[in-house]
Design a protein around this ligand. Structure first.
Ligand SMILES: Cc1cc2nc3c(=O)[nH]c(=O)nc-3n(C[C@H](O)[C@H](O)[C@H](O)COP(=O)(O)OP(=O)(O)OC[C@H]3O[C@@H](n4cnc5c(N)ncnc54)[C@H](O)[C@@H]3O)c2cc1C
Length: 404
């Protein structure tokens, strides 16, 4: 009897232990899946641009398409091979390589990941651009169950992992996408103050309005200032939006206690540039300003990449007239500082170079530098011994030969 009692006791203890282990396991999975817990080692790995999860493209299946506004659609993507999804740094983007009927070449477009890292899927949020080849194809022709070819997350527009300063996010229109991801990441930390200035034309363009409202209810450290520059009759001041005036130093000053924040600015090139100028004028240190331009007719340069005024290059820095030889195309042309970068020079001379972000972020235009030296910005050293260069942000500082 005693032995039987002992055995029953052992079984009971083991069962309780099993229940406890299962409960913990479920809780862990819940925390992980809900983005509320990330092992420290994993979060370190994601520091901006430090890892490239795969080379070239990987096949992803569109598992869902969600209409955010009349013009904006989110796509939820999972890897077709079912293997683990590498994490990334909030703010980074992926490139989609689209095989579009009637297009001679594969169309490559960048899309910021619009949900926080460590989900079991990637989400991108795409705005329909009038006459846009890639955005219209994606929104109208790519459906759940279909495969898209995706590069690994990349880009330098991400939260500074070494800073604990409060954060200001400034989003213009669809520039909200990396900010959504950053808010997801930042709210995991629970303490850091976050202020989002989100500007758009009217309520028709308000992406994830309800979700953002729910986040401010859940996280008291998050404040959102919503600006509708041309509100509709149905938009209610004080409920849907906080004002119609464009962002100014006065409005920043009225909301923020000081300039002691990390600023992240994303929107069109024009918007991004003007906000960065405004922050400079307001006295925000350069290293606290991070920006990304989504392109359009003219594309933003990275904030730390100071353009060299053409006159200055001509007079003081570059040799009189370096030549640029495009070896594969069998063309040699004289450098013209007015072209601003080698990519523009190549395009003007009919040399085909694939270019996507045109701001030194995506690396798509990288070409072999067979001889000579280039320079990337006023302060950088000459780059002579590297085997390749990014023509979208490089200028020649000697005669150069490129493998293009
Ligand atoms: C790093 C990065 C991240 C990006 N993230 C996102 C994102 O999260 N969501 C998103 O919707 N887009 C994003 N973009 C923009 C996106 O890559 C495409 O440029 C955009 O979808 C338009 O491509 P398209 O093929 O439809 O237009 P295209 O066929 O390339 O262009 C058609 C016409 O529209 C103009 N045009 C092109 N792009 C724009 C634009 N953005 N605004 C206004 N006019 C334009 C062109 O000058 C041209 O006249 C991002 C861009 C970059 C560089």
């Amino acid at each position: 009897m005693q032995v039987l009692g002992l055995l029953l006791g052992v079984v009971a203890v083991m069962q309780s232990a099993k229940v406890l282990i299962e409960a913990w396991s479920e809780y862990y999975t819940f925390l992980f899946a809900k983005n509320r817990f990330m092992p420290r080692s994993l979060s370190c790995l994601t520091s901006c641009g430090s890892i490239q999860a795969w080379r070239g493209t990987r096949r992803f299946v569109v598992i869902a398409k969600v209409k955010e506004t009349a013009d904006v659609m989110s796509f939820y993507l999972v890897p077709e091979d079912g293997k683990a999804l590498p994490t990334f740094s909030a703010g980074q983007y992926i490139m989609l390589k689209l095989n579009i009927p009637n297009q001679k070449e594969i169309v490559t477009r960048c899309y910021s990941l619009s949900a926080g890292p460590n989900e079991n899927h990637y989400r991108i949020t795409v705005k329909r651009v009038a006459d846009g080849i890639g955005s219209i194809f994606l929104i109208d022709n790519v459906h759940p169950g279909e495969v898209v070819h995706v590069t690994a997350p990349q880009g330098r527009f991400c939260l500074n992992p070494d800073s604990e300063k409060p954060v200001v996010l400034i989003a213009g229109g669809i520039g909200i996408t990396p900010c959504l991801s950053m808010i997801d990441e930042l709210t995991q930390e629970m303490q850091r103050e976050i202020v989002l200035f989100y500007s758009m034309k009217s309520g028709k363009d308000h992406v994830r309005q309800n979700d953002l409202q729910a986040l401010t209810d859940q996280f008291p450290q998050l404040r959102i200032i919503t600006i509708y520059t041309s509100p509709d009759d149905t938009d209610i001041l004080g409920l849907d939006y906080d004002g119609s005036d464009r962002l100014s130093i006065e409005s920043l000053d009225a909301v923020l206690e000081s300039t002691h924040y990390d600023f992240y600015v994303c929107g069109s090139k024009a918007m991004s540039d003007s906000v960065v100028n405004m922050l400079n004028e307001w006295g925000v240190p350069k290293e606290s300003i991070h920006s990304e331009g989504f392109g359009g007719p003219a594309i933003a340069k990275p904030i730390l990449m100071e353009a060299i005024p053409a006159k200055q290059v001509q007079e003081s820095e570059a040799p009189k007239s370096p030549t640029v030889t495009f070896k594969k195309s069998n063309k040699t042309v004289t450098w013209n500082p007015a072209k601003e970068n080698i990519l523009n020079l190549a395009e003007e001379n009919g040399v085909n170079v694939e270019a996507v972000c045109r701001s030194g972020n995506c690396g798509a235009c990288q070409i072999g530098l067979l001889s000579g030296c280039v320079k990337y910005d006023q302060k950088s050293d000459e780059s002579c011994d590297t085997k390749s260069c990014l023509p979208c942000i490089a200028i020649p500082v000697s005669d150069i030969v490129l493998n293009a």
